[in-house]
Design a protein around this ligand. Sequence first.
Ligand code: BJW
Length: 251
Amino acid sequence: MNPSSYSFSPQLIQALETARSVVVLTGAGISAESGVPTFRGADGLWNDYRVEEIATPEAFARNSEFVWDWYNYRRKLVWECRPNPAHEVVALLEKRYPGFLLVTQNVDGLHRRAGSRKIIEIHGNLFRLRCTRDPDHRHDHPPENSSTTPTCPTCGAPGRPDIVWFGEALDPEDIDRSMEAVTSSDVTLVIGTSGVVYPVASLPMLARRSGARVVLLNLEPTEHVAVAHDFIQGPAGQTMTALARELGLPE
Ligand code: BJW
């Protein structure tokens, strides 16, 4: 389908035209057209690896070199990808609305590379290193640095990826800001997430209960379909381009 084949309800367009406050919540699906693998589904990363072997603090404690190997592989893969039109439209929405927040679960950094600045990377970032001794020591960690035993540049303790693993708490400030933003939003767009990972998966329901219009953009119906006012089915690069045209955003 090309972008002109998607249709949007008049209520959705009106809501977006009159909104002052918009939240965009994204997951791995928004980066799929950039070539970044998603987690679940047919070609998902979790089909090839067992999550408990890699994305947990226990796995890192058991075998940090194995975990770093996997992250270095992904860091290199993602670095070679580029933002796609869906990331670019999200960056344009930030300029259009006085109240705007992007909450992304993605650790790939592609939203920033597309120009988004009002952003919470709620599950972390592949290109940052966190100290295992003092979590306030965080450092840029470019892909050229592919050591399997990197150390904290501040204190020399072992470094770990600055990623929120299963069983780890998300930053409470990030959660609070995200909850406040969806609660006061006029429209919340939920793009390319399966909606199974908590606590982020509860944000669309919170938005709906607080009176926001909730819009789901995904290749397929997800857990959030029951919560959403609108479901726009298709690849995010196309559906977001179509939405941008409908709103008269610059090409
Ligand atoms: C397209 C597309 C295209 C494809 N266009 N669409 C309550 C209930 C049940 C369980 C829990 C609960 N609360 C906590 C839990 C446990 C756990 C959890 O949620 N488990 C569930 C899986 C059952 N949560 C946690 O452990 C969290 N921590 C926590 O709650 O701590 C509590 C605590 C408090 C105090 C002290 C200590 C602890 C942490 C969760 C961290 C998640 N981290 C990960 C992994 C990072 C590893 C890494 O990246 O290396 O983050 S999990 C993984 O899933 C990653 C993602 O951000 C996250 C979400 O995945 P996402 O983005 O939705 O991707 P997919 O692949 O699932 O979906 C892709 C979607 O795109 C699909 O829908 C496609 O259709 C679509 N799509 N192409 C549009 N072109």
